[in-house]
Write a protein that binds this ligand. Structure first.
Ligand SMILES: Cc1cc2nc3c(=O)[nH]c(=O)nc-3n(C[C@H](O)[C@H](O)[C@H](O)COP(=O)(O)OP(=O)(O)OC[C@H]3O[C@@H](n4cnc5c(N)ncnc54)[C@H](O)[C@@H]3O)c2cc1C
Length: 340
């Protein structure tokens, strides 16, 4: 039997694609190698539009709402609240459970294993004996499908990485806190009643404990709190692609290319890509996804690349928080654009 769609990767964007495709009446299977833990290095802050996108999928995770973002560098600080409803801090393990459950409820099939080699004709694409009308690659930052399709490109610019860990402590704020350090950014996101996630982004070597110690107000709040997860890492974050489609294969989520986690938009952008990819497949016009991908990701690519560039020059980096604090209206507009 030929499926309508095979999704490579059962992370949040692969599962969102599968759910949307089932909702559109397609027959869908998700192929995913991980059978046990679905934890991942992530700041776990779902921006308001990502929460909205999940609602449209019929996915309602438990989490801790956050109302906006606070930047601080130890001398200056500025915060802004979302105008269009709250974001949600959600543990990745829980997000995976509720998304997978929703996909299964809708009749998505699950296959264990990796998608590797691909063969395509004008009307189908085949991976390890599974034939489908379309294949969506949602296999993450280091996508093997992207490589197999020859769509990867060498990334320029600073090579940045991320680490994250959770601590058993009651959340103390309804904002995602971003602490700008001399050489990295520390993110604090409330994710459950007695749990906050702390992530650090920057160039190597990354040291989460040292980063926390560099922010006395954070070190004091976390002081003695037991770790609630092991440290997980990811990177290099920047991944370039030459195109997001190749015949009957479409790239979504981190597999489609990634700039950086600095603006916490990966899930918001990925869910929008999933919706655009499914619309293109429903129209049986995969090439239109490329145009939609450009428009969905444009502001993210411009803002995040500019921030990463500025943050890699020490003189500019030292000015980011003071400038945002001096122009709170401009910071507010940027925060709002992340949520929309
Ligand atoms: C430190 C850090 C902090 C972040 N903070 C935030 C944040 O606060 N908010 C936010 O929105 N985003 C954040 N992001 C980004 C976010 O984590 C990603 O954008 C998101 O996980 C992308 O989802 P995905 O489904 O595309 O990929 P993934 O979540 O990586 O899932 C890919 C899946 O594909 C599977 N797979 C791998 N190879 C194959 C294969 N060959 N065949 C089949 N399956 C395969 C993997 O096992 C995995 O399950 C952060 C990222 C980092 C690194």
């Amino acid at each position: 039997m030929t499926l309508d769609l095979l999704v490579a990767g059962g992370g949040p964007i692969g599962l969102a694609t599968a759910i949307l495709a089932r909702q559109a009446g397609m027959t869908v299977a998700v192929k995913e190698p991980r059978v046990e833990s679905h934890d991942k290095a992530c700041g776990e802050g779902l921006m308001p539009a990502a929460v909205e996108a999940l609602r449209a999928l019929g996915v309602h995770p438990d989490g801790i709402p956050f109302q906006g973002i606070r930047y601080s560098d130890g001398r200056a600080s500025v915060s802004a609240r979302f105008a269009h409803g709250p974001g949600l801090g959600v543990r990745r393990t829980h997000l995976h459970e509720v998304m997978r459950q929703r996909a299964a409820e809708l009749g998505v099939q699950f296959v264990d294993g990796r998608v590797g080699t691909l063969v395509q004709s004008g009307s189908w694409i085949e991976s390890d004996g599974v034939r489908s009308r379309y294949l969506v690659a949602a296999d993450g930052l280091h996508s093997a499908v992207r490589a197999a399709l020859g769509l990867g490109r060498v990334a320029r610019g600073p090579r940045r990485y991320g680490l994250r860990q959770h601590f058993s402590v009651a959340p103390w704020t309804d904002l995602v806190e971003v602490h700008w350090l001399g050489a990295g950014e520390l993110y604090v996101t409330p994710v459950a009643a007695g749990c906050v996630g702390v992530a650090v982004l920057g160039e190597r070597p990354l040291d989460l404990d040292a980063a926390i110690s560099a922010v006395p107000e954070l070190a004091e709040r976390l002081g003695g709190a037991p770790a609630a997860s092991r440290i997980l890492g990811a990177g290099p974050l920047r991944q370039r692609t030459s195109s997001r489609t190749s015949g009957r294969a479409l790239l979504v989520g981190d597999a489609a290319g990634y700039v950086d986690a600095l603006t916490g938009e990966g899930l918001r952008i990925g869910f929008a890509e999933a919706a655009a990819a499914v619309s293109a497949m429903v129209r049986d016009d995969p090439a239109t996804y490329e145009r939609d991908w450009r428009s969905i990701t444009r502001s993210y690519r411009v803002l995040t690349s500019s921030l990463v560039w500025a943050s890699s020059h020490s003189i500019l980096r030292a000015r980011i928080v003071p400038m945002a604090a001096a122009m709170p209206w401009a910071f507010g507009r940027i925060v709002d654009s992340l949520g929309a």
